[in-house]
Every structure is written in C-alpha cells, then in structure tokens.
Design a protein around this ligand. Structure first.
Ligand code: DC
Length: 227
C-alpha cells in the first residue's frame, strides 16, 4: 500500500489540499486532526478540563470509540461513540482542546493505532503533524506543507466567517500561535519536519497551485521509487 504523509502547522491548507490530491490519485484521504478533535469534543461534552486534568482526559478517551467513515461523495466523516460529530469539531474551543489533548501520550498511542490500521488497508494520503516522523516513518512520500502564521490566520478566519463564526484576525492569529507552540514543543511526537520530507511553502499560492505542486511532488517521488 502506498502511504503519503502530509504534515505541517494549523491552517497551512493541509486538509483541503490533501483531500483534492487524494481524489485525483484515487487514494483514501485520512484527516488525523479530526480524531484529536473528536477526542477533545468528547472531553468538553463530558465536562473534563483537558488542560487542568489530563489524567481524567486520558481515561475518558480510553473509553471512547473514535471511528472514520466515508460518505458517498468520498468525504471523511468522524464518529464519536457511533454519533456523527463531523459538523461539531471545527469550533475554536474544540481546536484549542484538540491541541491540548494531543500532548497526552496515552491519547496519541490510541489514535496512532487506528491511523496505522487505516494506512495499512488502502493507498492513503494522511495529514497531521507526526505522520512522516512517527505514524509512518517508512511513508513513500513525505511532504511538509506550511505557510507564514499571518497567511494561515487569514485563511482560517475566512473559513470561520464562511461558516458564520465571526472572530477578529488577532484572535485567530493568537489561537494559531498558541497551537503552533503547543504542537511543536510537546515532548511526544512534536510537529517537526521529517528529515526526508519535502518542504512546500504555500504563501502567495492559490489553492489550485498548491494542489498541483503537491501532486507533482508526489508523482515525482513515486517515480523515483519505481526506478
Ligand atoms: O489538523 P487539525 O488542526 O485539525 O488538528 C487539530 C489538533 O490536533 C492540532 O492542534 C494538533 C493535533 N494533531 C496532532 O497532534 N497530530 C496529528 N497527527 C494531527 C493533529
């Protein structure tokens, strides 16, 4: 099975780009951030303060059933204890909770196991923070997709506004910086580019240009493997 790892910070466009590329290649797309988000949502709904009480959060997650399914049009759906929570995991509160919960090693181990199982079943494009470094260190292609914090905050604010959630640019930028710091300084499987990853900066690139660049990079790397 072919494994393509796409890692990078929040708001770099990983999910939208990866989804489009997976469709063009006929691979299964796995958004691993959605799993951390579902785990965080479960704790928030269960009134567990993830930051203050990581032990209770870890225990709660150990009982959760987190599952990925696909709708007829191929988009990813995320289920928490058999309930489809896809539309509830993109709020700023869940974003912060997901970043906090992703620091807890027991939570990561549980979710990584599910990710490895999915990756061994199909040709996949998997996006996250630690796919090329930890989940699949032997991935066929590793891409580190990034952009400046300002560019990422602008895109995220636009996305939130389109969903009817209004927030200031400064708020979004602050959230972004908080999550960047959290994600790249945690002890276990932090966000760092894999040594053998290809870095793609998407500042100033349109969505279509980013998709094309990622697609060309994957094809070139896979051809190198075959030769
Ligand atoms: O990609 P995202 O913004 O939906 O991810 C939400 C949070 O989950 C992010 O702050 C970091 C964490 N995460 C992680 O630690 N490892 C992954 N493979 C994916 C996401």
């Amino acid at each position: 099975m072919i494994k393509v790892a796409i890692d990078g910070p929040s708001g770099a466009g990983k999910s939208t780009v990866s989804k489009a590329v997976a469709k063009k290649l006929g691979y299964v797309y796995v958004d691993t951030g959605a799993m951390y988000r579902a785990a965080a949502l479960g704790c928030i709904c269960g009134d567990v303060d993830i930051k203050k009480n990581p032990k209770a959060a870890a225990e709660m997650v150990s009982y959760m059933n987190i599952d990925i399914k696909y709708s007829e049009d191929g988009s990813q759906l995320i289920f928490l204890d058999r309930e489809n929570v896809t539309d509830h995991i993109r709020t700023p509160e869940v974003s912060i909770g997901a970043s906090d919960i992703s620091k807890i090693p027991e939570v990561r181990l549980k979710l990584v196991e599910i990710q490895r199982r999915l990756g061994n079943l199909n040709n996949v494009i998997m996006d996250g923070r630690d796919i090329g470094t930890y989940v699949f260190p032997d991935a066929d292609v590793k891409i580190f997709l990034t952009a400046s914090p300002e560019e990422r905050a602008r895109r995220r604010q636009k996305e939130l506004l389109e969903k009817g959630q209004s927030c200031s640019f400064e708020e979004v930028l602050e959230d972004m910086r908080y999550r960047d710091e959290n994600d790249s300084t945690r002890a276990f499987a932090p966000l760092v580019p894999a040594e053998d990853s290809i870095r793609i900066e998407t500042d100033g690139m349109s969505f279509e240009e980013s998709v094309q660049k990622v697609l060309d990079t994957i094809k070139a790397r896979l051809e190198e493997h075959v030769v």
